[in-house]
Design a protein around this ligand. Structure first.
Ligand SMILES: [Zn+2]
Length: 376
């Protein structure tokens, strides 16, 4: 499930996989992206064409550095990313104190005036998109003609006049997505969950895609919808063994609209809805598992419980929980999450997801995550 993936992208990935990696595979180092909406450009320049975007936690394989830029591949073509936003992937966990790829640290600026305008470009002729005031701090992306390009709260960027700001010293620290947000809506306490049992709980499992909708297409032409069913079989077995009542939105290879999936869920007395998917990205190096949720409170707590239990059970890279506006979550009247169980466009993830061990570990992780969630 990935909005950015196109059929053209898939073909390019497959072409890339077939012809290019042998040349570069040994020279590449993996780095993790530490910013949202980071532009991927066709050459190492801020004026070069934007050919894609990367988000916090995405991973890229870097083959060379030049002038504060690093070269990777995007959709099979050579692509460049500004290096201050990349961190060595082996320094993963949530601690971003490791040095970024270039020696330059990501600078922060603080606003020193009130009612300062944020504009779409470096100059007063550009449209005003927001305002900011004394004491607000931003990550600095770029400077031009005494204007600063900054990262706004929603991850987009804007420009602010240089005279209205001061530079901070030191590295910028990035928040992790896994902060434990305390929430007041408490789940009714159930002693079964405390015993590790899911008896009395109704779980709706939603295998993504199906029928005419293959979902993502991975390396070698493997379909997301097919890998999912194997996963779902394992999860159903373990949930039932733990005492849960399991309802499936689809149990074989047929098409089901998003509306039908939600209707099916909402018609039941559901305690948790879990949609299962595999991910894809034109950048082959991107890997890992993430859990998506729509709202704070129960949705977010369920996502946190499942992502963290998966992280303890599986060997794949644990990305984070992510707030996403997906239909099956937004329209859902029950606690609901969508889990992306690895990138089938990444050779390592794909090989792992095809093992029985992985499928078993995923099922264990989901059972454990639900037990922990109901037991909170
Ligand atoms: Zn999907």
């Amino acid at each position: 499930m990935n909005k950015r993936l196109t059929t053209a992208g898939i073909s390019l990935v497959l072409l890339f996989f077939a012809f290019i990696p042998a040349v570069h595979a040994d020279s590449g180092k993996t780095y993790e992206v530490g910013a949202n909406n980071l532009n991927v450009r066709s050459s190492p320049s801020h004026s070069a064409q934007v050919i894609g975007q990367l988000d916090n936690g995405d991973r890229v394989v870097v083959f060379q550095e030049a002038f504060g830029w690093v070269q990777t591949y995007f959709g099979g073509q050579e692509a460049w990313v500004a290096s201050p936003f990349l961190y060595p992937a082996d320094a993963q966990t949530s601690n971003r104190s490791a040095a970024p790829v270039s020696s330059a640290s990501l600078e922060e600026i603080t606003v020193t005036a009130t009612e300062v305008r944020i504009r779409t470009g470096p100059g007063t002729n550009h449209e005003i998109i927001d305002h900011t005031s004394t004491g607000d701090t931003y990550s600095l992306v770029q400077t031009a003609n005494n204007w600063n390009k900054i990262v706004l709260d929603d991850g987009s960027t804007g420009w602010i006049a240089g005279g209205m700001t001061d530079y901070n010293s030191g590295n910028n620290t990035t928040e992790t997505n896994m902060d434990s947000s305390s929430s007041n809506d408490s789940q009714p306490h159930n002693t079964n969950a405390a015993n590790g049992s899911l008896s009395g709980y109704n779980i709706v499992l939603d295998p993504g895609h199906g029928g005419k909708d293959p979902g993502a297409v991975g390396i070698g032409g493997v379909f997301e919808k097919d890998i999912i069913m194997n996963t779902v079989d394992n999860v159903v077995q373990k949930l039932r063994a733990a005492g849960a009542t399991v309802i499936l939105t689809r149990d074989s290879d047929y098409f089901l609209t998003l509306e039908e999936r939600v209707r099916l869920n909402n018609a039941n007395n559901t305690h948790a809805f879990i949609s299962l998917h595999y991910n894809a990205n034109p950048i082959m190096g991107i890997n890992g598992v993430s859990t998506h949720f729509y709202a704070g409170g129960k949705d977010r707590r369920l996502a946190t419980a499942i992502q963290s239990a998966l992280g303890q059970n599986i060997s794949l890279y644990s990305r984070s929980i992510i707030q996403s506006d997906y239909h099956v979550l937004r329209e859902n009247s029950d606690p609901s999450v969508l889990v992306e169980l690895g990138f089938i466009t990444n050779p390592g993830d794909l090989a792992t997801t095809r093992t029985n061990a992985y499928q078993n570990n995923v099922a264990d992780g989901i059972v454990q995550g639900l037990v922990n969630y109901f037991n909170e």
